[in-house]
Design a protein around this ligand. Structure first.
Ligand SMILES: [Zn+2]
Length: 360
């Protein structure tokens, strides 16, 4: 298994390396930052380092010992999660979520709990708390990673409090969150909070060129910008699919730029029903467009992300007023806030356009 360098956030990576080197890090970590910025990768590296039998002095895992060899790879999660869901479907039990909490094994000592549906469930939190109490084999260390912890209901977050208050020896919890501040204060105060920020787009582009050598320079530059500094997003970004999704929001902006265009805007929310990703992922595309319009209106044209849509964006920057822009951003913020409380996705978009319409 080749050693992979961690891209960006050198401060966060250094904290994890130091914890591995000293074998005395906090028992609970809270890694926060946007999706795809590297939280999961960092959590996995912590787990590998703590279990490595021949760790290098600077706190890296060796990639060769029996423990490192039993790791299923940094890219193993989507496939394992899919398999976990399939297993449950095949089991066809009515209380599948409670009886078989979704959990995947990236390594014999590293367990990953992805949100089951929209968010982590109580059954998953209970399972993680139960596992935390199990003694690991000598020289081994449990690392339990809970993704989307900030979106979990407060009851679910609270279910982990006992583990946080009396951390069992030989177990490290890693809570992943888009926004650390949305994690319960009682949880946050007991965790080592590490915030990860976007990677510089030039650095991301250089890295991407190594990952996707078939791509032309202009495409690499565009993807690096669209990914908003998140390597995980950049690596898997399919430009054609992205453009197709973006077109929906471009139509929204077009409607916003035209008087009376709101009626068409309302009808467009139909297009957002049955989309696989969550509201936040969808909203990120609209945020990037709105942000670009703001950049263009304020003369920062070099900063725009949607490089391939420059001329349309320039047109909107002239047509859409600051008031309309502010309202659109405020409504979008509100929508994303609501979606974190598990609001129905289509309803959320309808509410957003209705509010804009009311103010038009
Ligand atoms: Zn090793």
């Amino acid at each position: 298994m080749p050693f992979e360098n961690f891209l960006g956030n050198p401060g966060a990576a250094a904290q994890v390396r130091a914890a591995v080197r000293d074998r005395a890090g906090n028992p609970t970590w809270l890694l926060s930052g946007p999706a795809g910025v590297g939280k999961t990768t960092l959590a996995l590296r912590l787990g590998l380092g703590l279990n490595c039998q021949k760790p290098a002095p600077e706190g890296e895992f060796c990639g060769e010992c029996a423990s490192c060899q039993s790791f299923r790879g940094f890219d193993c999660l989507p496939e394992l999660i899919e398999a976990g869901l399939e297993y449950r479907q095949a089991a066809a039990r009515t209380r599948a979520r409670e009886l078989a909490p979704l959990m995947v094994e990236a390594h014999p000592q590293i367990r990953f709990f992805p949100p089951d549906g929209e968010m982590l469930t109580m059954a998953q939190a209970r399972e993680a708390a139960r596992m935390a109490q199990m003694r690991p084999d000598p020289g081994r260390h449990w690392v339990l990673i809970l993704e989307g912890f900030d979106r979990a209901r407060w009851m679910v977050q609270s279910a982990m409090l006992k583990v946080l208050e009396e951390p069992p020896a030989g177990c490290t919890l890693v809570l992943l969150a888009a926004h650390a501040r949305e994690v319960l204060a009682t949880v946050r105060s007991r965790a080592r909070v590490v915030e990860l920020g976007p990677v510089d787009s030039g650095e991301l582009e250089t890295w991407l060129a190594g990952q996707r050598p078939e791509m032309k320079h202009a495409e690499l530059e565009l993807i690096a910008r669209l990914a908003g500094g998140c390597p995980g997003r950049a690596r898997g970004l399919d430009l054609a699919a992205y453009r197709q999704k973006r077109e929906f929001f471009m139509a929204c902006l077009e409607a916003l730029a035209r008087p009376g265009g709101h009626i068409r805007l309302f009808g467009l929310t139909e297009g957002m029903r049955n989309q696989k990703e969550g509201v936040e992922t969808q909203a990120e595309i609209l945020y990037s467009l709105l942000q670009d319009v703001v950049y263009l209106k304020s003369g920062h044209s070099l900063a725009i992300r949607n490089l391939d849509a420059r001329s349309r964006l320039e047109g909107w920057a002239r047509q859409i007023g600051w008031n309309q822009l502010t309202q659109a951003v405020e409504q979008l913020d509100r929508l994303v806030g609501l979606s974190r409380r598990n609001l129905n996705r289509a309803l959320a978009w309808d509410a957003w356009t209705l509010r804009l319409r009311a103010r038009a």
